[in-house]
Design a protein around this ligand. Structure first.
Ligand code: GDP
Length: 425
């Protein structure tokens, strides 16, 4: 059976913790999109880890971790991350890399950096990890699949020259920077070949067999619905689909195999990078929530940037769940809200004098003003509670209101960063 863990918001919903928890009952954990641009934070018996490219199953020795074909594969980052978990006492994880995954090259990082600088104040707020140039190349058919590293050297050199000619037109003509050298790009590819060789296989064929044997497979999404390039807040989105449906394509399994879409929703809102964020808050109110949020504050796992903060947005989260095809919801970081006297929830968007309940396209979002319903705070620390009925009534009212708004059952409530801080309903 295949399950997916995905986010309904802007990312940073706490998917890492939920994946790590569900990995216990999985044989295979798969990353199917994105690259090392975002990060999951996982707190377990080995300590606190920020994983960027590795699937969250790496802490379980019996799990096979797959980097699917949909991922932007930064080879040095992958090797670095494996070494960093091993150096902290984790047994060398079992990792397979799809022979159809494409390579994120140093020039993708350069192009990302040059473009953000060119856009200056109008930049996308990219993490400058090369993700947008990488996916542009993939779909322009100028990327390198891992298997090409193992093909005839002459053919690969020819392709390198073609790619370098194209890139240099941009690098020198538009950005006025040093041109790439074909030989250096080729040597880089050969270096990657040696580094990645121990992990490469036809992962889709491996998964086909695993499905036949009834193995439990977990797909691990990065970011959330609102960062999806089609259904998110375009253009302030990421460059690969963040939706569970894409999980099938990003690892090469039939779409009908994904039976359970566990969608992680945050009890308040946070976002990194630019883009529309209707229920955003500012000033002292935002600072306090940021300081108290997550595990040690709401700061980006990859960049350390302070996250933008806001109240729970029912309009965006309901839409986020719908686009994921959520079968169940995990509501996270609820413990953080225990200090508040009152908790506003955004229940509608006022646009040109009308209140909408459906999440609109970007140019309408720009005009949207939040319509709030205010809940009384429960003013208690709920960490450590494991029984739903033991939660304060105000807290249960908040959860049950959100569940009604989402139109999806909330099956778990997360009330702390550690693996056992979870209330099953
Ligand atoms: P992801 O990318 O969706 O995995 O989310 P991040 O790891 O970027 O952010 C989630 C942060 O919240 C991490 O620091 C987690 O350790 C922390 N976290 C996850 N669930 C909970 C929770 O229920 N309560 C608290 N206080 N922190 C949580």
């Amino acid at each position: 059976m295949v399950r997916a863990v995905v986010g309904a918001n802007w990312g940073d919903e706490g998917k890492g913790k939920i994946t790590d928890m569900l990995a216990d009952s999985s044989d295979i954990v798969i990353r199917f999109q994105g690259g090392s641009n975002a990060g999951h934070t996982i707190v377990n018996d080995y300590g606190k880890f920020a994983l960027h490219l590795l699937p969250s199953g790496v802490f379980h020795q019996n799990i096979v971790n797959i980097i699917g074909n949909g991922v932007a594969l930064n080879v040095p980052k992958l090797v670095e991350e494996i070494e960093s978990v091993v150096s902290r006492g984790v047994t060398a994880p079992r990792i397979l890399v799809s022979d159809r995954a494409q390579l994120l090259m140093p020039y993708h990082v350069l192009l990302d950096t040059y473009e953000e600088a060119r856009l200056a104040g109008k930049s996308y707020g990219s993490t400058k990890s090369g993700i947008a140039p990488f996916y542009s190349d993939k779909f322009a058919k100028k990327g390198f699949q891992v298997n090409e590293l193992f093909e005839d050297e002459k053919d690969l050199r020819e392709k390198v020259e073609d790619v370098v000619t194209l890139k240099n037109a941009l690098i020198t003509g538009l950005y006025h920077q040093e041109p790439l050298k074909g030989d250096e790009v080729f040597d880089q590819l050969m270096e990657y070949k040696d580094m990645v060789a121990p992990y490469v296989c036809d992962t889709s064929a491996y998964l086909h067999q695993a499905l036949k044997e009834g193995k439990n497979i977990l797909l691990e999404g990065q970011l959330g619905s609102l960062k999806d390039p089609d259904f998110g807040i375009y253009p302030m989105v990421t460059s690969s689909s963040t939706l569970a449906s894409y999980g099938a394509i990003g690892c090469g399994i039939p779409c009908y195999e994904i039976k359970d879409v566990i969608t992680v929703v945050k009890a308040y809102s946070s976002a990194v990078g630019g883009g529309e964020f209707v229920s955003e808050i500012f000033g002292d109110e935002a600072d306090e929530l940021r300081r108290r949020g997550g595990d040690g504050g709401e700061y980006g796992a990859t960049t350390g940037r302070p996250r933008r903060m806001g109240w729970f947005d029912a309009v965006a989260s309901r839409y986020g769940c719908r686009m994921q095809g959520a079968t169940q919801v995990v509501l996270t970081v609820l413990d953080v809200l225990g200090y508040l006297d009152e908790i506003p929830v955004c229940v509608g968007y006022e646009i040109d004098g009308e209140v909408m309940r459906d999440f609109p396209v970007t140019h309408l979002l720009k005009k949207a003003k939040p319509v709030y319903k205010v809940f009384p705070g429960w003013k208690t620390d709920i960490t450590g509670i494991t029984d739903y009925d033991k939660l304060p009534k105000g807290c249960r009212d908040y959860i049950e209101f959100i569940e009604k708004e989402l139109e999806v059952p909330i099956t778990m409530v997360s009330n702390g960063p550690r693996r056992h801080d979870i209330i099953k309903r």
